[in-house]
Ligand binder design. Structure first.
Ligand code: PLP
Length: 374
């Protein structure tokens, strides 16, 4: 097989082999529906309980505060629509200009349904300022939703302070932590967030499974109506196999968190050092405090799309903008919100390293970029 360097881990990650092994029995042998009372379903029931406890421990939540969903998009939809339904679509929601489309497009729908949406501007490093949030809260605000870390440039937000500002006005706070869970330490009690979204395929779990954290006392409308699964709030037969694999992958990533962080920050350094050594002119976008391994670079005078395809021909996958938006070749809404100069924005690519990448991979990327840019 052709040697390939995968450096688009912010789009998705490789399924962990042990997580894959852990889920296999629930596809082939222990396949009973866990809503049934007979003994054949007992092992699945136990696996569901264990997975919920494992995930809760990883983010310092209570097990009954974890709800299984189909991924980040669904969890984001639930937070926003759950609050909107509960408030009969009256009031406003405060979010930021740099959210993922799972939030932004849900906001559009809620706006059509009558809610007012306020979009906070960000700094040039893609950070939401607490002061800006405070100025936009009012007595009609029902929810604040700010992403934990941006998927394009990796910037991490001051979630604790932003949540505190919302709570001081008795407003619920949700964070889309899809890029952060399994990559940086998350303690929901310390952060004091009311709701949080996560997706397994971003932390070496399977695609199409995720979870939604909701503080016990927070009451929002159900997302899926049907059976009694997930306390009647998210109906549908549980995907035990994927849930087991997700819990396994998250536990493993959380246990390896510090060593992965160290490894990824080292890869970032090797990349930048290599580019400088080869006299490549670039600008790095995003905040100092960012998701390990997320490197967003602008090369003035070049087209990001062209760089992506040239790298692809050399067996290297990186991205421009976000994967979900890759059909849209316009300048990303995140770079626009950061007010990045248009020439720089057009020449932007995102290289996102994962724990499986090596220094050798990075050196090959530097070599390839140098060849293309010279
Ligand atoms: N939110 C963010 C910040 C993301 O990066 C993504 C995926 O790219 C999503 C939400 C959507 O997650 P999923 O692919 O699990 O639906």
């Amino acid at each position: 097989m052709k040697e390939y360097i995968y450096a688009d881990n912010a789009a998705t990650t490789k399924l962990d082999m042990d997580a894959f092994e852990a889920m296999k029995p629930y596809l082939l042998e222990e396949y009973g529906n866990v809503s049934q009372p007979y003994s054949f379903s007992r092992s699945g029931k136990r696996a569901l309980k264990d997975a919920r406890e494992t995930i809760a421990r990883c983010i310092n939540a209570e097990p009954e505060e974890i709800f299984f969903t189909s991924g980040g998009t669904e969890s984001d939809n639930w937070a926003l629509k759950g609050v909107a339904f509960k408030n009969k679509f009256i009031g406003n929601i405060v979010t930021s200009e740099i959210e993922h489309h799972a939030i932004l497009n849900t906001c559009k729908i809620l706006n059509d349904a009558g809610m007012i949406i306020k979009y906070l501007a960000v700094t040039k490093n893609a950070q939401v300022e607490v002061k800006e949030l405070k100025e936009n809260l009012d007595s009609d605000t029902k929810l604040v939703t700010i992403m934990f870390a941006n998927n394009e440039v990796g910037s991490i937000q001051q979630i604790r302070e932003l949540a505190e500002a919302a709570h001081n006005r008795d407003v619920l706070f949700h964070t889309d932590a899809v890029q952060a869970v399994g990559h940086v330490k998350i303690d929901v009690k310390d952060l004091n967030v009311d709701m949080l979204s996560a997706s397994a395929h971003k932390f070496n779990g399977p695609k199409g499974i995720g979870f939604f954290y909701k503080k016990n006392k927070v009451q929002i409308a159900p997302y899926m109506n049907g059976g009694a699964q997930e306390k009647g709030l998210r109906a549908g037969t549980e995907n035990i196999a994927f849930i087991v694999a997700m819990a396994y992958a998250l536990k493993k990533n959380c246990e390896e968190l510090e060593q992965n962080e160290k490894h990824l920050f080292h890869l970032e350094k090797v990349l930048e050092h290599g580019l400088r050594e080869n006299n490549i002119v670039y600008r790095r976008n995003g905040a100092e405090v960012h998701i390990p391994g997320n490197v967003n670079l602008s090369f003035p005078g070049y087209e990001g799309e062209v760089l992506l395809h040239r790298l692809d021909l050399m067996g290297i996958s990186v991205s421009t903008g976000s994967a979900c938006d890759s059909v849209n070749t316009q300048i990303s809404h995140v770079l626009q919100a950061m007010k990045l100069d248009e020439a720089l924005a057009r020449g932007t690519i995102r290289i996102s390293f994962g724990k499986n990448n090596t220094v050798e991979d990075v050196k090959k990327i530097v070599f390839a970029l140098t060849k293309i840019l010279n």
